[in-house]
Each structure stands twice: as structure tokens, then as C-alpha cells.
Design a protein around this ligand. Structure first.
Ligand code: NI
Ligand code: MN
Length: 225
């Protein structure tokens, strides 16, 4: 398994024979090292919420590769207007996919889609647990620190992707408390340095943590498991 960070909250994960994207904010993402034409084939796209820095290029990529989009029911309704192939689910639910089990987790944030000067309701924001080959990954989406994260301790998370940028999500201090709740083996800081208002030094996250390894990935860098 190869986990490539594309900057902000975006990841490209390659399993043996399929590829998934999470929150594919590629065009318009100032720190994303690739463009859409660099992608070869994408089987699934996971979308945590409707904001444009997460829904990103989902429609264009899904149309190009006929990728299945895993998202909440409301975003599924929105994408269905564009004839996108979706797998709708909702918070607390699990689905079995070709790359393992996906569970949708709560996130404390907003979720809407802006289109033609309208604001479209996009359901509750979420995070994802992805369990494959005995590796459990948690992508928190955009969220503040919540007590709900204490429940994630029971999910035996290997890798947690947690926002640290502040302003719209947890900052470093709150993300360190989240780590104490979640108890992942490794944490990858996300959702920082994309814009001026979420500038952070991710190294500082390790100052607050003892038993959790902070894996800082620069955009374009990968973690191989
Ligand atoms: Ni957001
Ligand atoms: Mn965001």
C-alpha cells in the first residue's frame, strides 16, 4: 500500500490493484504537486464534505475514470445530477468495497456546495475509517476536537490523518488531544500551509505526543506500508 499526500486534505492511496483518492482538491490547490492529467486510473473517490477544498475535482475525475464516489447521502443526491456513480452512506454506517471496509465517522464542521451563487445543503460533514489488509486508516475530514474521538480508540487505528491548521479545524494543540483520544500508531498532519490563514509548523505536534509517531509528509511525498 502506498499513501501519497497531495497537500491540504487530499491523498492518493494505491493498493495492489486499485487506486483511491480522498478529498481530491487538485486544481486550485496551491500546494498540490500534480494535476488531473497525471492521474492514471482512479477506482474510488472518498469525499468528506461539500466544501470546495474537499469535493474539489471529484466530478471531473469521476467522469474521466468512472470512479465510484463514496460520500454522504446529500452529496450523493447532488452528484447524481451529474450522472456520477456514487456509493451513498452515512455517519456510523459501514460498507464493504473492493479495497476493504469503509466506515463513516462524525466530524464537527459545516458542509455545503456553492454553485451558481447558490449554497446547496451537503449533509453532515464526516471522516472515514478505511480498513484493508489489517491496516486501519482514519481520515478525520475537517473537524474540531470532539469527545466522539474517544470512541475511535476502539478502532485500533494505525494511521490517523488529522487537520492541524486551525481557523476552520483543530489546531496543533487540539490535534494532540485528539491523538490522545484516538491512540493511533502514526499521525499525518493535514489541512495546513495551503493558505495563509492555516499556516502551522507540523513538527510542533510531536512536542505534545509521546506514544504516537508524527509522520510529516510534504505534498507529493508517500508513506509505503
Ligand atoms: Ni471544510
Ligand atoms: Mn477544508
Amino acid at each position: 500500500m502506498n499513501i501519497k499526500y497531495l497537500g491540504h486534505a487530499a491523498f492518493l492511496i494505491n493498493y495492489d490493484n486499485l487506486s483511491i483518492l480522498i478529498d481530491p482538491f487538485i486544481s486550485g490547490n496551491p500546494i498540490c504537486p500534480i494535476n488531473i492529467n497525471d492521474l492514471t486510473s482512479i477506482d474510488y473517490i472518498l469525499v468528506t464534505h461539500g466544501h470546495s477544498d474537499h469535493l474539489g475535482d471529484t466530478i471531473e475525475i469521476s467522469k474521466k475514470f468512472n470512479s465510484k464516489v463514496i460520500c454522504n447521502y446529500e452529496i450523493h443526491l447532488y452528484l447524481s445530477k451529474y450522472n456520477i456513480n456514487t456509493l451513498p452512506m452515512h455517519i456510523g454506517g459501514k460498507i464493504l468495497t473492493d479495497f476493504g471496509i469503509v466506515k463513516m465517522t462524525p466530524a464537527l464542521h459545516g458542509s455545503s456546495i456553492e454553485e451558481d451563487n447558490n449554497i446547496i445543503y451537503a449533509g453532515n460533514p464526516c471522516g472515514f475509517l478505511i480498513c484493508n489488509e489489517n491496516i486501519t486508516i482514519y481520515h478525520a475530514g475537517d473537524t474540531g476536537l470532539t469527545m466522539d474521538m474517544k470512541l475511535l480508540e476502539f478502532e485500533n487505528i494505525d494511521i490517523a490523518m488529522l487537520p492541524i491548521g486551525g481557523t476552520f479545524t483543530m489546531d496543533i494543540k487540539d490535534a494532540s488531544v485528539a491523538c490522545k483520544f484516538i491512540k493511533p500508531k502514526k499521525v499525518i498532519p493535514i489541512h495546513y500551509d495551503t493558505f495563509d490563514f492555516i499556516k502551522q509548523d507540523p513538527i510542533k505536534l510531536s512536542d505534545h505526543l509521546d506514544d504516537c509517531l508524527v509522520e510529516i509528509l510534504k505534498p507529493g511525498e508517500s508513506l509505503r506500508i
